[in-house]
Design a protein around this ligand. Sequence first.
Ligand code: AMP
Length: 543
Amino acid sequence: MFPDVRTFAGRAPIVNIANLLARAARSYPDNPASSSGSTVWANYAQLMKKVATMAAAFRDSLGLVPGDRIALGMTNCPQYLEVRYAAWCAGLIAVPMNAKLHSSEFSYLLADSGARVVFATPGLMAAVAPLLDELPDLDRVIEIGSADYEALGNGARQIEIYPSRPDDVAWLFYTSGTTGRPKGVMISHRNLLCAAQSYFTDVDLIGPRDCIVHAAPMSHGSGIYDCPHVLKAANQVTPESGRFDPEEVFSLCKHWGGVSMFLAPTMVHRLVVHARDSLSARESDHAFDVSGLKTVVYGGGPMYVADIREALRVLGPRFVQIYGMGEVPMTITALSREHIGDSEHPRYLERLASVGIAQSPVEVVVADEQDRPLPAGEIGEILVRGDVVAQGYWRNPEASAALLRNGWSHTGDLGSFDEDGFLTLRDRSKDMIISGGTNIYPREVEEVLIHHPAVAEVSVVGRAGSEWGEEVVAFVVPRSESAVTKESLNAFCLERIARFKRPRHYRFVESLPKNNYGKILKTELRDMLAAEGVEQAGHEADG
Ligand code: AMP
């Protein structure tokens, strides 16, 4: 007698992120929806049809039911969107996995999520296919581009978008596991919609003729940003190489125009070096054109002031910074293009070193150990709440409760606000060094050392030392062309920061250990130092 309550939006709202695609397909059917390199792969009408057909096949051929997990072991390619939106259309949970993982790490993610089907790009089949025999929940591994894959998109039946509830999980986002095992962050349809909408209020505007070039992995931030681009019926371009190659990125900017992309700071650095080298090589004919590059959104790790200033000098006012994390996808704070360009402001350099102001859908505070908000200027843990905050970790109630205690999502990052509401990250709380009873923030020391002309990369960590508690140790990657000495670095620090903050030891290394998203693994650096300590203690005991 009564209609399904799910049709009463006010009482039991329905939010399926796939509706963004249906909406774009209705209003902009002919707009390019996805492209491989410079070739259009599908327009919005074609993509929607494919997605609704695949979603039907997920039910009919693969026997999947709403709430089941399907995993994506895929490098960036146009089919990424097909699989992910088809999963959402069918009410399934997508589990995007970092394509650089080892087979044993894929195994862990698949077992933890209980995925029933994995889609794998050809290069990852060797790592993923053998897991079929190992994992009881896993029914199928389907290779992208295979006959089996094509059959899923060629059926006669299409289904309606599943009426998901706002808190239904859409995306299990596995943390990069810089400490311990990765955990699956449960990102809901509501979280994704909220993150997509705040892109327009806090990051940038997008028009239907614009595009996003997915130069960074779609399993991470770049993939989260496909939603605002679908919302505006913009084109999603995946580089043909499936990876980050500055030359290819610039040629795609030139081809498409109106290009945005999300890059980690290390990628921005590579882009800038490439542009700088190309510009100086081609100064005479002005052949190097960056006008097609509209916006680079950077985040995911610290951007040093020297690097962003050089990026602005070389590429112009094209940058926006965001601070986010899997648990609050892309949406904690933003440093706008205007703030990044406002070089006349009296506190310009401090602002450039900050991560900007709270994005509109979240409340952000800096708090003490009892989660009590601290005044501007004081350093504490950054806490976030709002509609974009994920509801916890998959099948891990203890970790979820710890994350969300007192109603706030605990970032594990330390920072401070200034009087104008600009947040400066000091460090991850676990990276802070306590020496002689005083806190030292490695980031501050790194900011100094990275300005030394002979330093290419640097990472600062603490090592247990008898006299002062922890000692400051700097791992330095020298620029290949220049010799660097401990004495010159020491003098450089003494001119710029308090004596107690300067590194007591330097290690010159060829490279720094990084995870698959390019984040420096300070845990490994600390482990290296701990192992040296054990060795040293052994020698001393022997002596
Ligand atoms: P993930 O969940 O892998 O995206 O990692 C999130 C973490 O990356 C945050 O908790 C921060 O420590 C770091 N992070 C994210 N954005 C920034 C940023 N703009 N500047 C510095 N660190 C950042």
